[in-house]
Design a protein around this ligand. Structure first.
Ligand code: URA
Length: 435
């Protein structure tokens, strides 16, 4: 077999066999197949697509390119959630301890922000001392002690994806449904979980710009997970507007802590409960959504979920006492409210503009090795369907640099649509995709 024969086969629109896909991925992982041939194959897959069976095999091959986390010592059912990313999406920080309170283990391996979407690891690293680079053994120990752990991808987890993602990034082959499916699912399935809930976001601030694309990606990932014997569900959620009232690393941790203390914004609470309830249903900790939500609400209201979060932070080297004074640990030197120019009802808050403003301020990354500024971002965002009066702040911008503040202000000036007539709030969860 020669790599070019398989590239030609895919280029001409034929399906590759299991053996051919595994041979190609294995060859690429060990360096026998050079980057240029993998890049050509990625482009052939981008143009010709893959069948559901091929997508399942490439996912499995990428998952097996590295270590699989051995979670067999954990007695509880194991479930995780993955979000395709958005602006202000801090759900993982609340969901992991909350679901852990219900007797489920949550082994969560998360990523960093890239482009306009934020990353869970960057947010957590704004907590003084918090370590995201635990060994597999430490990861399992933390889960055994408090029920959840959130860490970063180790070099040994799905290395084929790490190499391929870097190539896709520079060859125009990122937006391919089979390649996105294999990339996300190979990492998640290497975590040793029984069930996975996907939060597939669509809209201006999301990777998937249309609901149709989000649905296709969700269906593809659910099918692959089911093929691998996992309990699967996907929620299609709104990312035309930011989630919650804050975006930016430390600002989002502060909002997550407030949510765990029962003071969270309603949209963030709702999306968190909807995803958490699905996880409980998949591992049969609840009989129906009503029962699942009641369990979750109880742990949120009692403060138990916050206790678990504090414990996770402590076990991962972080200082739980810093959580309630993070605004003092990371304080932006400039904090500027942007006033409404007219009175009316908020009809839209453009998630893409808010996300770009955060990147401009330094909260996000343009390149993978960029450093993020934990203190900057936006807070006090008004939300769709709220009434505002002229002069009232629509958002507070947190910046550490005058020029960046100015650039962010320009983006944010066009982010809010205010109307005279009443506005109907769009749904937060559009659809649930089940096997
Ligand atoms: N996130 C990933 O991990 N991989 C992709 O291909 C896209 C988003």
């Amino acid at each position: 077999m020669l790599p070019q024969w398989l590239i030609e086969k895919k280029r001409d629109g034929q399906a590759l066999s299991d053996e051919e896909i595994r041979w190609f991925i294995e060859g690429f992982t060990v360096g026998r197949i050079p980057d240029y041939q993998m890049a050509a194959m990625a482009m052939a897959i981008y143009c010709r697509g893959m069948t559901a069976a091929e997508t399942a095999v490439i996912t499995d091959a990428m998952m097996r390119s590295g270590d699989l986390v051995d979670t067999s010592a954990i007695q509880r059912p194991k479930a995780d959630k993955h979000s395709t990313g958005g602006i202000g999406d801090k759900v993982s920080l609340i969901l992991a301890p909350l679901v852990a309170c219900c007797g489920v283990a949550v082994p969560m391996i998360s990523g960093r922000g890239l482009g306009i979407t934020g990353g869970t690891l960057d947010k957590l690293e704004s907590i003084p001392g918090y370590r995201t680079d635990l060994s597999e053994k430490q990861f399992v120990e933390v889960i055994q002690k408090c029920g959840c752990s959130i860490i970063g991808q180790t070099g040994r987890l799905a290395p084929a994806d790490k190499k391929l993602y870097a190539l896709r990034d520079v060859t125009g082959t990122v937006p391919s449904i089979p390649l996105i499916t294999a990339s996300i699912m190979s990492k998640k399935l290497a975590e040793g979980i029984d069930a996975l809930v996907l939060d597939v976001k669509w809209g201006k601030g999301a990777f998937m710009r249309t609901m149709e694309d989000a649905r296709t990606l969700a269906r593809s990932m659910v099918d692959v997970g089911v093929h691998m014997g996992k309990g699967m569900a996907a929620l299609i959620t709104d990312m035309n507007r930011p989630l919650g009232r804050c975006a930016g690393n430390a600002l989002e941790v502060i909002e997550s802590v407030q949510t765990l203390q029962g003071e969270g914004p309603a949209d963030l609470v709702e999306v968190t409960l909807a995803l958490s309830a699905r996880m409980l249903l998949l591992v049969k900790k609840a009989r129906d959504e009503k029962e699942a939500r009641a369990m979750l609400q109880k742990h949120l209201d009692s403060g138990k979920a916050y206790e678990v979060f504090q414990e996770m932070v402590r076990l991962q080297g972080g200082d739980p006492a810093s959580l309630e004074k993070l605004h003092n640990v990371h304080t932006a030197s400039l904090q500027e409210p942007l006033p409404a120019l007219e009175s009316g009802t908020v009809a839209a808050v453009d998630a893409e503009r808010v996300g770009k403003a955060c990147v401009v301020l330094g909260a996000g990354r343009v390149k993978t090795d960029d450093k993020v500024d934990f203190a900057v971002g936006v807070s006090n965002l008004v939300q769709v369907s709220e009434n505002v009066t002229k002069g009232q702040p629509l958002v507070v911008v947190h910046a550490n640099d005058e020029n960046r503040l100015e650039e962010a202000r320009k983006l944010l000036d066009g982010a809010f649509t205010i109307r005279r007539e009443p506005v109907k709030t769009p749904p937060l969860v559009y659809e649930t995709i089940l096997p």
